[in-house]
Design a protein around this ligand. Structure first.
Ligand code: TYD
Length: 212
């Protein structure tokens, strides 16, 4: 459709702490969109395209325990830039709805707040990674990490980020709460109920924002 090609598609991101149920919620949302016949692409960070997935493996590899915080933040930004060019921008330009599992808010919460690199540093290095591609809506799945970890039955021992311990993940959580206060595009969704309840809240939110 010609008219559709002229309008940039909507860009939605999902954020949350480890084990908050993000993967499940993205699956339930996909099933809903499929059933409704709504076109979208679902992608993820870090990764989502060939080169970005290679960067993902380096970042998350449990053997890279000596990686500096700055290197980590720069690699996330590098993967973001590549993924944006390979997948997100082409889809948005052809009018598609893009749903991305994590984006720059992850860097702000994990590297900026929890690693202590600060917001300025993260904004500076991501300036060149995200261009003007700010999400239209960010769904923050709000579940404190202590609850999330018990749901998930502990952390994955091969995943460098999951291995950071509860204190680190509590800092990430506080980082997210501060971001949600600061940016109106971030909508927190309380995830303390059942999967189905959370799914219904997400659908209602997307409808109320005119996304679907
Ligand atoms: P993943 O296995 O996809 O975790 P999840 O299912 O929780 O999304 O691994 C991504 C990890 O990378 C996760 O621990 C969050 C972290 N991360 C950052 O620290 N900074 C970032 O910018 C991004 C995108 C992710």
């Amino acid at each position: 459709m010609r008219g559709k090609e002229m309008t940039r598609g909507k860009f939605i991101t999902f954020e949350g702490c480890e084990g908050c149920g993000k993967s499940t919620q993205l699956r339930l949302l996909s099933e809903y969109l499929d059933k409704k016949g709504i076109d979208y692409i679902l992608t993820r960070e870090p990764g989502g395209s060939e080169i970005a997935e290679q960067i993902r493996r380096i970042i998350l590899d449990g053997k890279n325990a000596d990686m500096s915080d700055e290197c980590e933040a720069l690699l996330y930004a590098a993967a973001r830039e590549q993924h944006l060019k390979d997948r997100v921008i082409p889809a948005l330009n052809s009018g598609e709805l893009v749903i991305c599992d994590r984006y720059v808010d992850s860097s702000l919460a994990y590297q900026g707040t929890a690693r202590g690199l600060g917001e300025k540093f993260i904004e500076m290095i991501n300036y060149h990674a995200i261009h003007d591609y700010s999400p239209d809506l960010t769904v923050f799945l709000n579940l404190p990490p202590d609850k999330a970890f018990s749901r998930k039955h502990g952390a994955d021992e091969n995943d460098r980020m999951e291995q950071q311990g509860l204190d680190f993940h509590m800092k990430v959580y506080k980082g997210y709460l501060a971001l949600a206060e600061k940016y109106p595009r971030i909508s927190p969704v309380d995830c303390s109920g059942t999967k189905t309840e959370t799914n219904a809240k997400i659908i209602a939110l997307l409808e109320s924002k005119g996304i679907i």
